[in-house]
Design a protein around this ligand. Structure first.
Ligand SMILES: [Zn+2]
Length: 264
């Protein structure tokens, strides 16, 4: 089972504030120098685990409940059922949902889960004290939780979950390959955040190393086509899940695939 857990669409500018954007009434021209991004964490059930990948901004809906938990409930599960939380990197749009509450009295959003991130990514993020891209208080809480496991380099968390450092977007950004009973999923995080990154070649200014990230996208696109991966796109509400084919001319073709719910 692979289910997107969308928190919606936002604009973001250099201030790194994510402002909800309603396409039916908001206009991008009213928000100069802003990028439009969707935020889509994922819920994946393997034979052994219920996994959340990159728990998003931690947005609350109008009723005050956390959107990620509402989405998980809609998929038939509770926060306590999540056994693993995977973190590609520690920018706030990917880690706002690791915990909730007020500094320093935070609580883990997924109280029974083991959280995984790269040791060097955490060290890097904690050193960027003045950067608006990180929420330092939540990262300090993460660092001290006994439920955190720090990863070094490439490897396997268990038989179904592999991690690999990509760099590019941040110095120690990691990607994941996850085997379910129906698919092999590839989560490229912000190195492969949208189908667009495979359809158009460009260096992005929001990457730590734009050239390295652009090279990794081609490598991952080719691997996704060869291995028949289900690619998961964290910043695409329109096409959160797709298969990739090589279309000649070094181009990639993407084919949207539907979300899987527990009963499907
Ligand atoms: Zn992001």
């Amino acid at each position: 089972m692979i289910t997107p857990l969308s928190e919606g669409t936002f604009t973001v500018d250099d201030s790194k504030k994510f402002i909800p954007f309603d396409p039916s009434k908001d206009h991008l021209k009213d928000r100069p120098s802003s990028l439009l991004v969707d935020i889509v964490p994922f819920l994946i059930r393997t034979n052994n685990d219920l996994i959340v990948i990159d728990p998003g901004l931690g947005m609350q809906s109008a009723g005050g409940d956390f959107m990620i938990l509402e989405n998980i409930q809609r998929a038939g599960y509770a926060a306590e059922d999540v056994s693993i939380v995977l973190l590609s990197h520690l920018h706030k749009d990917h880690t706002g949902g690791i915990c909730y509450g007020n500094d320093p009295a935070f609580n883990l959003m997924f109280p029974k889960a083991t959280y995984y991130c790269q040791q060097q990514e955490l060290d890097y993020a904690l050193s960027r004290k003045d950067s608006p891209s990180f929420v330092q208080a939540k990262l300090r809480f993460l660092k001290d939780t006994p439920q955190l496991r720090l990863l070094q380099g490439n490897g396997q968390i268990n038989k179904e979950i592999a991690f690999e450092i990509s760099g590019g977007h941040t110095p120690f950004h990691q990607v994941f390959t996850i085997m379910t009973s129906t698919a092999t999923c590839f989560f490229g995080g912000d190195v492969l955040p949208q189908p667009k990154q495979l359809q158009i070649r460009f260096n992005a200014k929001y990457d730590y190393d734009g050239k390295a990230a652009a090279g990794k996208r081609i490598e991952y696109g080719n691997r996704a086509a060869k291995e028949d991966y289900t690619c998961l796109f964290f910043h695409s509400g329109k096409m959160p899940m797709a298969k990739v084919k090589t279309g000649g001319d070094g181009k990639f073709l993407l084919e949207k695939i539907p979300a899987e719910f527990p009963d499907s």
